[in-house]
Design a protein around this ligand. Sequence first.
Ligand code: PEP
Ligand code: MG
Length: 841
Amino acid sequence: MDRRTAGRLTPLSIGAAMSPITLTAPLEGWAGPLDDVPDAVFAERMLGDGLSIDPTGDTLVAPCDAVVLTVQPTAHAITLRSPEGAELLIHIGLDTVTLGGRGFEMLVAAGDTVTRGQPLIRFDLDLIVREARAAVTPVVVTNGEAFAIRTRAAPGMVATGDAFVTLSPLAQTAIQAAGDGPSAARTITVPLPHGIHARPAARIAEVAKGFNAAVTLAKQGAAVSASSPVGMLSLIVAHNDELTIAATGPQAEAAVAAVAELILHGIEEEPAAPARAAPERPTDVPEGAIAGVTAAPGLAIGTVARWDVQDLDVPSEGCGIAAEEAAFTQACAALSSELAAKAAAASGPLRAILDAHAAMLGDDALLGAARAAIAAGHSAAHAWRAAIRPQADALRAGGDARLAERADDMRDLERQLIGRLMGVEDSGVTLPQGAILVAEDLLPSQFMALDLDRLAGLAIVKGGPTSHVSILAAARGVPTLVALGDPLRHVPVAARVILDAGAGLFHAAPSPETLADAEARVATAATRRADALARAGEECRTADGTRIELFANCGSPADAAFAVKNGAEGCGLLRTELLFLDRDTAPDVAEQTADYQAVVDALDGRPLIVRLLDIGGDKPAPYLPIEGEENPALGLRGVRVVLAHPQILEDQLTAILAVRPLGRCRIMVPMIAGVDELLKVRAVLDRLTGGARDVELGVMVETPAAAIGADLIAAHADFLSIGTNDLTQYTLAMDRGNAAVAGALDGLHPAVLRLIGETVRGGALRERWTGVCGSLASDPLAVPILLGLGVTELSVAPAAVPEIKALVRDLNLAAARDHARAALACPDASAVRRLAREFAR
Ligand code: PEP
Ligand code: MG
């Protein structure tokens, strides 16, 4: 099949006798062939044939009367359909998705009918020229199976409205049929945390092809064949998008049911990582400094080393289909074993990333596309690039930050496999001691190859704060700035620079005073870290002697062991759902007991708070299917799910009670909104224990209802632990997984703090302790306020234990109480943060 036309649903209204369609120039600028576009996706016509314009104007207008099919959330691209059915993609500039909508103003919406010449998008051309890869704008006909380009403007200047391209419809017989016979359709909300990316697309295609029916998926009026993974990727279907599955043919109904079932319940995915507050560029930039975005905080002084990696050159022609096919199979097998071996030896985010790479390498759709290109005579390396790169680019261009993160992983796999095929090993980079590595971009495998003992920090021209390289750097504590842009390209090798990642600043030519100041700060931080670690084993008390329990949040026995090494006094939150993510069936009692026992053993006598399964919302579990919901965060979640599945609840409680010694585990119920839910869990627990109250049962306070009603709940609970991640989302009515509101999602909002105060007050009325296990407990600025509000237990990230313990040790509780009172009176979260920074000085 022609890659350009793969899977497009053909408009049925095209008549053979239709006259040519004229498209007029949608931009003022220099028209040229697609071959001139410095991006293989367009130059090799992977999305279709067309022309490009290097704009001189700032307004994109409609090239014909049309309906707007899709607009990208970041407003840098638009798709249109002409009345005759020709579908057009206009993509303003290259890599402009990375601007995140800055400099673009969308003047129309999906579904609008527009007339030729009507303004569609206004943009800041200067900004694009300064910050994007290029301003050149491809204009592409994406349903080339239905329309061919007859004439095109000669290279040269065009004004909007000038003749640009004419299209002829192809004969009806050449058009892919959508199927005959009965039809069926169903609209669902996509629960997959990362939307329909390569792996789900491949599974859907596999299922759809098993039925005697033509199956399509449609989003916002754009439809593609469900047999085409590449087509499905081009729809950019994200978590919670509405998707219509339609089929025509003898087995239409069964096909729709099977595809819907697969998408709703049949695909296991890691849950989406909770949104982090979007770091911002500093506005106050001292002279000689470059502003970037913080990916991993920290301060480093060092010597610039560079690693600029070019695309590997690959021949287009193969040396025989059989030889290329054999080389491809062998390279895939070798890379796959290497990834498996590295994953087996890794843990944490590194392991998750290696597993993701291995899964992508096993993607049948990708492998199939590469093999088809080899069969067409291309070299294996060219075929692999042609298969994987459009998918990476489609993800990056889709405007969904989480899907875009996967694009770097695909580029990484592209490079690793091509490297093997061409016999080229990335030579890596030899770092001087204390290097600040400057790179245009960095791939996860390249980060893994760095000598971290010599690396003081990372500074990246492009990149994003949530890319896998950023996650790896943060996990290894390497101060990292990304998106530093063009000025970083001019910093010379061997320059002595300061990377102030926490402040978002790269001092390229620091003055002696700035250098001296940074040296003093680095020395102080190092001493503080060493002291904190040395004293991590001490009991946690404030300066005035108040006992605070300092626990850690864990998701595995390995986390627990690491937490103990860092001085944790117990585990304040075991996220049990993390233990059983990668399975199709619920874990049985024996398995659960073994896993909980392993955590208890790793804690070596310290207490463990086991949270009952917290599934639903942003945490799907394949073995506990939940029907698609309009508002998953407000639907079946936490305790509501286990109450709806009594056997799951009973099994989990039985498993916890079987852990020895009895009583070492406390039980915690997530997402409580009212006393009745707690009483139902307590009734099952009482039945299992015969009423012996020798195991504590507490609740998580994650809803405003639980916080305001804490005294009522505490009458039946042994303790309260505040989940500030959810409490913040529900108090501020901001979805914790929605990047659009991530910048304002701050647990230091005074309304959240007031609810924390209410919880402590309600708990105290019933003589119950209140802790915090949400991520606010790991935030050094928040800790004095939390303790000032009366919180007596903190459960923090295992790596944060020494630092938070040291902070508590220096804290005077009376001062913290005054500080907390002042915080409650602040008008907003930024004012609280300002106050907290002053308090910390
Ligand atoms: C919370 O909501 O703060 C919490 C600790 O639970 P989770 O992040 O697992 O939802
Ligand atoms: Mg929660």
